[in-house]
Structures are given as structure tokens and as C-alpha cells.
Design a protein around this ligand. Structure first.
Ligand SMILES: C[S@@+](CC[C@H](N)C(=O)[O-])C[C@H]1O[C@@H](n2cnc3c(N)ncnc32)[C@H](O)[C@@H]1O
Length: 174
């Protein structure tokens, strides 16, 4: 997954603390024919709205490549390579199912499938200030109104050669 690059909304009032935030926010994990897992909306999202982030550990491209090369092939699809406006090449590593900041729950960004032709969200890079310091955050925005129950998809911006680890049957990489 490769991309270049504030609005954030207040968290909705918590109705059920056990519910994953993103489920409450309007996203749910689902089995998608021929794609494994994917993410669907559970409410309408308006064009321009933020759906979620691509959550993971921010590392340099080189570190990301090393992790990629030493990780099982089926886990290597969970890495988002991008370039900062300053030109630095970086990677958000989400190959682990749970991250160290949310060890009790899964995040949805890593489960979003690819489509070039039917993408309905797009990633944008932000540099946000946290108590722990400034951090890169990749947010997904709706590119059009999205109805309830739609699968959310974004353009990975990769070609078949970059996915050679998965074999030659990559018709899905439209
Ligand atoms: C970031 S993961 C997406 C979530 C993944 N489907 C899962 O079950 O965890 C990327 C991997 O999902 C699969 N994938 C993504 N988009 C797809 C599509 N349009 N059709 C089929 N498989 C897809 C590929 O195996 C890819 O390496």
C-alpha cells in the first residue's frame, strides 16, 4: 500500500464501553466473498467524513521493508508505505493483529480491502500532536456519500509486481 500526503470529530457518547469504538462509530468487520475479511459501514457516511485511521506503528521505509521481508507472506499486506511532504519515506506497520496502544481490541484500517475503480474512501496524511509528542496519522475520508452496509475500499496504489508474494492470481488488483 503506498500513498503520499484535520478534521476529527468528537467521539460519540459511549453507549456500551465493551463495544469497539469503530463499531460504535459506524464500521464493522465482515467476511467478504473472495477477499477474506473486510470493513462495512453500519450507518451512512457523508462525503468528506472521517471513517477511521490506518492504525499501526510508524517506522521508516527501511524498517518497514525489513519487517516485511521477515514476516509471513500472509501478514505482509498489513503495511502502509507512504512519503511525508518532506520527502521522508515511511511505513505504518500493522502486521500485528493488536497494537500495543490498544491491546484489547482490533482496529479496522488494516482490514480495508483494495479497489482502484470502486474506491469510496481515500487516505490523507496528518501530523497530529499527542501527549507523547507529534505523530503521523493516516486518516481515511469518504470520497462520496456511503450508504449503510457498503464495503469501504481504497486504492492501495500498488501494482501486481509489488504483490508477487501472493502469487500470480491477482485479478482483484484492478
Ligand atoms: C490490508 S489487508 C485487507 C484485509 C484482508 N482482506 C483481511 O482479511 O485481513 C490486504 C490483503 O487483503 C486482500 N485483498 C485486498 N483487497 C482485495 C480485493 N479487492 N480482492 C481480494 N482480496 C483483496 C489481499 O490478500 C491483500 O493482501
Amino acid at each position: 500500500i503506498r500513498e503520499e500526503g484535520p478534521p476529527s470529530r468528537a467521539h460519540p457518547k459511549s453507549r456500551n464501553r465493551k463495544m469497539d469504538f469503530e463499531e460504535e462509530w459506524g464500521l464493522a468487520l465482515d467476511d467478504i466473498d473472495g477477499k477474506g475479511k473486510g470493513v462495512r459501514t453500519t450507518r451512512i457516511f457523508r462525503a468528506g467524513e472521517v471513517l477511521c485511521d490506518y492504525h499501526g506503528e510508524v517506522v521508516t521505509e527501511e524498517e518497514g521493508q525489513n519487517i516485511h521481508d521477515s514476516t509471513e507472506a500472509q501478514e505482509t499486506g498489513y503495511m502502509f508505505f507512504y512519503k511525508r511532504p518532506t520527502g521522508e519515506k515511511m511505513c505504518i506497520d500493522a502486521h500485528l493483529h493488536k497494537c500495543c496502544c490498544h491491546p484489547d481490541r482490533q482496529t479496522f484500517g488494516r482490514r480495508i480491502n483494495h479497489s482502484r475503480k470502486h474506491a469510496n474512501i481515500r487516505p490523507r496524511l496528518f501530523r497530529l500532536n499527542f501527549e507523547s509528542g507529534d505523530r503521523d496519522v493516516m486518516l481515511f475520508f469518504a470520497t462520496r456519500d456511503i450508504t449503510e452496509g457498503e464495503e469501504i475500499l481504497f486504492n492501495y496504489g500498488v501494482n501486481k509486481k509489488q504483490f508477487s508474494g501472493e502469487g500470480l492470481d491477482l485479478e482483484w488488483l484492478d
